[in-house]
Design a protein around this ligand. Structure first.
Ligand code: MRU
Length: 357
């Protein structure tokens, strides 16, 4: 395996009175800068401004945000519970599409309920333990996704990915990139094509950086070049992450994913999605119901500080789109490879005992 510099996307320092340290992803790739988040407001801001981003990493950051939010909550049990409710409700507003955020917050609330009546100190300690467990679990989940998905990528093949679903978007190792890393570690040579991913360039800034760290051959392309590299047969497969997956297998992911999936279908190339089971939202029948984040028009008109459109230009800037299940060859999760992508196969994988077929 090629030596690489490990990426520690997030880390907690100290006990329940400690703080969270994250890599400020807005500064990559030119600066690798860690910042300390010492209160829940700082965590909310870091999530909203994409200093920490990617569905699983957002969930982990929010979990630690709850711990920070309760640090100054005093010793009155009722006050602490009111504060817990307020903090979790507020963190849930930081970004709307990645369901991992609410999933993580709900998990912490369940842990809190299990400690009701045991006093604020015990509750705070339990919440930190739960946040740490969620963080640790995500590492194992990413490795499992890599193990299941790695064999999908053949030696000598070209692979296209969009946005960043790597170690920076998770606790470690990633989801879509985990599949690529695992194939690479198994000795298969891959040529990875990365869409730059307008408007915030997660592909160019983050994915290229991560692949370079691991010594994987990577070529950056404009988003508009994706269909052309498929037509030229430079890629044999496409793999992306996901922010939310509905019960029928429709996938919300970074804007531009849908058109990549359409192009892959037109070129008869497999389009794979890799995501943990925490990204599935079985309460939504289809992708139509997934809330899509709308972001600041300035991300397009004044990207990275330079005005590139006339004053007053009307802008439409959804951060995510929905790829219908029919365009997805398989979804790789920590439990295995879901193929074909149907409501029944998803239910079977997620809840084998309750699925009907
Ligand atoms: O807006 P971002 O950068 O948070 O969007 C991230 C993505 O769309 C990722 O592909 C997705 O969260 C999967 S991360 C493992």
């Amino acid at each position: 395996m090629t030596p690489h510099r490990s990426v520690e996307t997030l880390r907690w320092v100290g006990d329940q009175n400690g703080h969270l340290v994250i890599i400020d992803q807005t500064r990559l790739p030119t600066q690798v800068v860690e910042i300390e988040l010492r209160d829940v407001e700082a965590v909310w801001e870091a999530i909203r401004s994409l200093r920490v981003r990617g569905a699983p990493a957002i969930g982990i950051a929010a979990a630690y945000g709850v711990v920070l939010g309760l640090q100054e909550s005093g010793e009155d049990e009722a006050d602490v519970w009111a504060r817990l409710d307020a903090v979790t409700a507020w963190l849930a507003t930081s970004r709307p599409t990645a369901v991992n955020l609410c999933w993580a917050l709900q998990r912490l609330q369940e842990v809190a309920l299990g400690h009701r009546g045991q006093g604020p100190a015990s509750l705070r300690a339990a919440l930190l333990t739960a946040a740490r467990a969620l963080h640790e679990e995500d590492r194992d989940i990413c490795r499992a996704i890599g193990r299941h998905g790695g064999p999908l990528l053949a030696d000598g093949s070209g692979v296209l990915t969009h946005c960043n679903a790597g170690g920076l978007a998770t606790a470690d190792y990633g989801t879509a990139l985990a599949v690529i890393f695992a194939a690479h570690e198994a000795g298969r040579h891959l040529q990875v094509y990365v869409d730059e991913t307008r408007p915030l360039l997660q592909g160019a800034r983050l994915t290229v950086w991560e692949l370079q760290q691991r010594g994987i051959d990577v070529t950056l392309i404009c988003d508009s070049t994706a269909a052309q590299v498929m037509r030229e047969r430079r890629v044999q497969a496409v793999i992306t992450g996901a922010d939310r997956i509905a019960a029928n297998g429709d996938v919300a992911n970074k804007i531009g994913t849908y058109q990549v999936a359409l192009a892959a279908a037109a070129h008869e190339l497999p389009f794979y999605v890799a995501a943990p089971t925490s990204t599935f939202d079985l309460s939504l029948a289809s992708g139509e119901q997934i809330p899509i984040e709308q972001r600041d028009p300035a991300e397009i008109t004044h990207g990275f500080g330079r005005q590139i459109a006339p004053e007053g230009t009307a802008v439409y800037n959804p951060a995510f789109d929905v790829t219908p299940a029919r365009l997805i060859r398989a979804i790789v999760c920590e439990k295995g490879v879901i193929q074909p992508v149907t409501q029944a196969s998803i239910a079977q994988c997620l809840n084998p005992s309750s699925a009907t077929s």
